[in-house]
Each structure stands twice: as C-alpha cells, then as structure tokens.
Design a binder for this molecule. Structure first.
Ligand SMILES: NC(=O)c1ccc[n+]([C@@H]2O[C@H](COP(=O)([O-])OP(=O)(O)OC[C@H]3O[C@@H](n4cnc5c(N)ncnc54)[C@H](O)[C@@H]3O)[C@@H](O)[C@H]2O)c1
Length: 335
C-alpha cells in the first residue's frame, strides 16, 4: 500500500511532536507543512520532509493529501477546518476546538454532515495508565473528583490574552475536564469563580490568573478543578478520583511523563510511564484512516469537553452562576 500523504498546518511546539511521530511511521509521508512564520515551516520541512508554505489555506488548496493535522493556536480555528471539510479531508485538530463554543458547534455539524474521520488532541486518553484507571472506575465508580492545573504561564505570544488562547480553563484545564468525562461520565452542571491579578511581567495579559470550578456529574459524583498560571514552573497537573476504599491519582509532569498512583487498604502503588501519547493518538488516527479501529477522540466527542470548559468560563464571567451544560450546548447550537 502506498504511504498516507499528510500535511500539517502550524509548525510550533506541538506540531513538532506530531511531525516527529508522523515522520517516524513507515506508512506515512509528510508532504506539506504551513506556518505564517515561513522560516518555522521551512525548518519543519527540513526535518520531516515536504513543501513549506506560509499559508495553510494555500497549502490545502494546492496539495493532494490523505489527512491534515491542524496544530494552530485557539484563535486560528475555523477557516482551516472549513477548507479541510470542503476538500473531503480527514482532519486531526489540536485542542481546544476554538476560543469559545459557537464556532466549534458549527464545525461539529459540518464534520457530522461530511462523515469525515476526525480526531482531537486530548492525548491523556492514549495513556495506558489512563486505560488502567478507567478499568478500575468501571468496577467502582468515582464519587469525588479533585483536579488541579497549577503551572507557569506558557511563553507563546498568544497565550496570555483571552482573544488568543481563551484563557487557562479553555486552553489547558480542558485536558483534565476531558479526563474527568472519560473516567466519571458526563458533566451535568458547572459553577466557577475566577480572579485576574495584574502582572508586571506580562504586559497586555488579561487571562484569569486563577479559577475554581465546581462540577456535578450525571452519575451523582461531584468535583472541583482548580487552575492557576502564576507559578514559575509546573507544580501539579492531574486529577484525583476518590472511590469506595480507593484513591486514584493521574498526573502529568511533561508530555511523556505520566503517573498513576493508587492508594487502597494494601498501601500505595505507583505506575510511571514515559510513553509518548502524541505518537499513540496519531497512530490511532492513522489506523482509523486505514480502516483499523477508531480515532481516540472524534470531533463530536471533543465538543462535549469543550462545552463543559466553555460553560465553566461563562459561569466564571458571571460570578459563579450555575450553568447547565446541555442547555448551554443547545443555546450555542441555536446561536
Ligand atoms: N495536546 C497537548 O498537550 C498540547 C500541548 C501543547 C499545545 N497544544 C495545543 O496546540 C495548539 C498550538 O500550541 P503550540 O504550543 O504548538 O503553539 P505554538 O505557538 O508553539 O505554535 C503554533 C504555531 O501556529 C502558527 N499559526 C498561528 N496562526 C496560524 C494560522 N492561522 N495558520 C497556520 N499557522 C498559524 C504560529 O505561527 C505557530 O508557529 C494550541 O491550541 C495548544 O492548545 C496541545
């Protein structure tokens, strides 16, 4: 079989991880990459092959691809997905789906109508430790979720403005919400509070510097997820689940450094893994394209996670009003 011809739009940090994985698979050829910072696209092409473009839409119009990876910042979603769907091109999209909910709802509907294969970069689902945690909660459901994303502010230029990233909840904590949905089930409602402290080292920054989200799950479980971006380095990124007689703690120190901690009557057991979840999710998507298995997180599934974080963001902006997630999603669909 001839190799799958793939392209990638956006050639920054996470694209580097995807392109390294894609370049390493024997059944894939990277044929094109694009980034408005042309030198970045050229460097990526030099590392992984393919033609370099300064414009992703131009790349999509010119190249004959089997699939495209969209690794652009949150503010840049929309036109690229539209172009991919117009061309009948399966698409891997990095999270978050968009800055807010309505554009993602619109794109989800286009994707649904097209029937195209899609995947979204909620990479925690690719981890074996997460699959292990999932097996445990399928037997004994979680009652309490306690999550935290306590970190530094990412240095990329778009992150510290709401119009660039959507804020920490939408851009980072979304991973923990997705993990909570996988392990505990659908979120029924959210309430959130946030604070935005002025920061001398971050001119123009307007993203909340800390937030706290209260969640109620359909299962009856309850939870809190706290976020802050004012530290000098990552301190804690993870989710704890409390179940009858047992505590599970899944955490991430870096993209290829995860840990599952289990505490029960027999003591504590720690499972560490350096597996690369980016390569795993890419492999799953490629296999799905080849008719073997399914993508880990299709666009429609990611939309539900995005709806929860956008609902929490809306609640935080309205001083903690309770937001029903289904109603919020329905109103975004009608918007
Ligand atoms: N799954 C994960 O764990 C993970 C980790 C890091 C980043 N991400 C996500 O990936 C996305 C990119 O993050 P990053 O850290 O790679 O950022 P980055 O700033 O390093 O890279 C983004 C690249 O996109 C380019 N770009 C901007 N607008 C564009 C446009 N309209 N068309 C094409 N390219 C454009 C930029 O020039 C830049 O090179 C974000 O949405 C982020 O949330 C996911």
């Amino acid at each position: 079989m001839s190799p799958l011809r793939v392209g990638c739009v956006g050639t920054g940090f996470i694209a580097g991880r995807h392109l390294a994985a894609l370049h390493g698979f024997p059944d894939v050829t990277v044929v094109a990459v694009a980034d408005p910072v042309r030198e970045r696209a050229e460097q990526a092409a030099a590392r992984c092959g393919g033609r370099a473009y300064a414009d992703g839409l131009e790349m999509l119009a010119a190249e004959d691809l089997d699939a495209v990876w969209l690794c652009v910042p949150p503010f840049a979603h929309g036109p690229l997905e539209d172009a991919a769907v117009d061309r009948g091109l399966p698409v891997f999209v990095e999270k978050p789906l968009a800055l807010d909910l309505p554009p993602a709802v619109r794109l989800a509907e286009r994707v649904r109508q097209s029937g195209l294969l899609t995947a979204v970069g909620y990479h925690w689902r690719a981890l074996t430790v997460v699959q292990q945690a999932r097996r445990i909660v399928q037997e004994t459901p979680a009652q309490l979720v306690t999550g935290a994303w306590l970190d530094r502010t990412p240095a990329v230029p778009w992150w510290s403005q709401r119009t660039g990233s959507g804020g920490q909840l939408v851009e980072q904590t979304t991973h923990l919400v997705d993990l909570a949905r996988l392990l505990v089930g659908e979120v029924e409602s959210v309430q959130a509070l946030e604070t935005t402290s002025p920061r001398s080292g971050w001119p123009g920054a307007d993203v909340p510097t800390a937030s706290a989200v209260l969640l109620r799950f359909r299962s009856g479980a309850v939870g809190t997820i706290s976020s802050s971006c004012v530290l000098e380095r990552r301190s804690r990124v993870g989710l704890q689940l409390t179940l009858e007689g047992r505590l599970l703690d899944v955490s991430e120190r870096a993209l290829s450094d995860h840990e599952l901690r289990l505490v029960d009557a027999d003591g504590e057991q720690v499972v560490q893994t350096d597996e690369d979840p980016i390569a795993c999710e890419d492999r799953a998507f490629l296999d799905a394209l080849a008719g073997r298995g399914e993508a880990l997180v299709p666009y429609a599934e990611a939309l539900r996670t995005h709806a929860v974080v956008c609902a929490a963001d809306a609640s935080a902006r309205s001083a903690g009003t309770r937001v029903d997630v289904d109603a919020f999603l329905a109103s975004a669909a009608g918007a």
